[in-house]
Design a protein around this ligand. Sequence first.
Ligand code: HEC
Length: 226
Amino acid sequence: MSKTINPAIIAVATGAMALLGGCTSDPDSPGLEYMPDMYRSPAIEAYVDYGQDPYYFGDSLAKAQRNTMSARLPVEGTIPFAGHEEDAAYNFPYAYPRTEEGYEAAGRELHSPIPMTEATVAQGKEIYDIFCIECHGAKGQGDGTVVNKGNYPPPPAYDGNQLKDLPEGKMYHSISYGRNIAMGAHASQLSPKERWLVIQYVKYLQHGGKMPGEAPQASTTTAEAQ
Ligand code: HEC
């Protein structure tokens, strides 16, 4: 014997549920929660609203719970490293203030955490071609397209007298904070690691498009003897 549910019963049940669900006059009310535990798990999960239904528990308790964070901020002073300990070095707070003394001190004490290799220079070039080339020019001669249009003061050439011996710490300082009026701060565009990478390419251009230490006329080196 097969049993069927009378469609009339379904219609009455659905109608009763709709009536019960909609029987408050406040348009913000979610309606009666039959089983609040099913909506609000006792386990703490990120981004879940733990405020209980104010219609059920009262306004003050609901408010207090809404102000309880579930996604925690890191402890103050925490240095992010995303699983790679070497990344922590880049995220230490920058110790040098935006003053001439800070600039000089960075020039004396601050050194790149990245050893300079052809691969890092190539990575630096990619960043340079996006953020710096329009002013400094492809070879760092201060003749980028923005400057060539005529309304912008040309930056000094990287391998000219003013900048050819500029220490990397000063470069980092200037890229982070900007330099005088014409060179803007790039701290919001480049992470500390990217700043050090682009500096590798600037150093490469300072040396006339060669790795520092590479002899200008690379002729008699151990590379040849091997
Ligand atoms: C809007 C044009 C512009 C852009 C973009 C720009 N620079 Fe500069 N930069 C300048 C000018 C102009 C100066 C000279 C500032 C001065 O000494 O008054 C300068 C100076 C510098 C110096 C020497 C700073 C010092 O301490 O004397 C370095 C190094 C440098 N820029 C690197 C970069 C790098 C790397 C980028 C890209 C991430 C970049 N610049 C992007 C215009 C620019």
